[in-house]
Design a protein around this ligand. Structure first.
Ligand SMILES: [Zn+2]
Length: 318
């Protein structure tokens, strides 16, 4: 069996690394990249902790890459900043600027300078061993409706922001590449703004039907995702694209509720295999999956979880 993808691995919360079998499990599953997902200050603190240092060393020895996947911008758009620079913040559809849950106004040059600098700081504090970065905008939030931003779609506003952040990353890491997260509002391909070299597609089919293969034409939700993906691949080269799917996302399937035990996630090998072949046939070479909340408590609650993880990985090979 050989891998269908050059890069393959899970996205976890750093707290999921309380499971001390992760390194062996990644090796047994033949995976070569681990992504960590939470907010920027938490990841920065983790990276500077002894635990973070130990994990970086263990992963490097095992030749497993480490990346960080972050809804990055909200950590830098505080109420205090809003009071100082309201024009950096978005205008809602009623014409009012707001700060909570905001995506920035991408028509403000000063705001763009600010995020160029924040991205360069991030390349120093959270360097990616693949040189691929995931500094996403706010999670499923609208974009600015000011006169200058309004002509641009959410996808285009997102891309305008990513362009300056890529410049910031490259001032520290010249090989840096930055993800364009195609997800919910930014799922349709950008048209008026073309991605610069170094911006790669990260396709996250959040609204897919997880119980049917993505390529099943009988499933309306999945057909919509496939249409969007084909559109995106007319703008972004497939050879550089990354899929971020949800096959093992305990947090999603548990409706993000921490007040009750997590549900057991059992990906159907047939669906995973079909999806993997669909992505590979489009020329995509990298696939990751959210597996957040797959931690010690989860592996204890569901003794088959470890074997299922390995079986999941095999389904992405041929
Ligand atoms: Zn604006």
């Amino acid at each position: 069996m050989r891998p269908l993808f050059d890069r393959h691995g899970p996205i976890l919360n750093p707290t999921d690394l309380d499971y001390d079998g992760w390194l062996d499990l990644l090796l047994e599953a033949g995976m070569n990249v681990l992504g960590l997902h939470t907010d920027y200050p938490t990841l920065k603190a983790w990276m500077q902790s002894r635990d973070g240092e130990a994990w970086c060393n263990r992963l490097a020895k095992a030749r497993i890459d480490l990346e960080f996947a972050i809804h990055f911008t909200p950590s830098f758009l505080s109420e205090g900043l809003f009071r100082k620079h309201p024009d950096w913040f978005p205008v809602d559809i009623c014409g009012t600027r707001y700060w909570e849950g905001a995506n920035p106004c991408t028509s403000s040059e000063a705001l763009l300078d600010y995020f160029r600098e924040k991205a360069s700081e991030s390349a120093r504090t959270l360097p990616s061993t693949t040189h691929r970065y995931h500094l996403w905008a706010a999670d499923n939030r609208p974009w600015c409706n000011c006169k200058a931003c309004a002509p641009f779609s959410p996808s285009e506003n997102n891309l305008r922001l990513m362009h300056v952040m890529l410049e910031g990353l490259r001032s520290v890491d010249p090989k840096a590449e930055l993800s364009y997260l195609a997800y919910l509002e930014s799922l349709p391909q950008p048209v008026k703004v073309k991605p610069a070299k170094g911006i790669y597609l990260e396709f996250a089919p959040y609204r897919r039907n997880h119980r049917m293969p993505l390529a099943d034409p009988g499933c309306r939700a999945n057909a919509d995702q496939m249409t969007a993906l084909r559109g995106l691949l007319t703008v972004f080269p497939a050879a550089q694209a990354r899929v971020l799917d949800y096959w093992l996302d305990i947090s999603l399937f548990s409706a993000y509720r921490k007040d009750r035990p997590p549900v057991e996630v059992i990906p159907a090998p047939g669906i995973v295999k079909s999806d993997a072949e669909t992505y590979a046939a489009l020329g995509i070479r990298e696939v990751t999956t959210f597996a957040c909340w797959m931690n010690t408590a989860y592996f204890r609650s569901y003794p088959q979880a470890r074997n299922r993880f390995v079986r999941f990985s095999r389904a992405t090979r041929k």
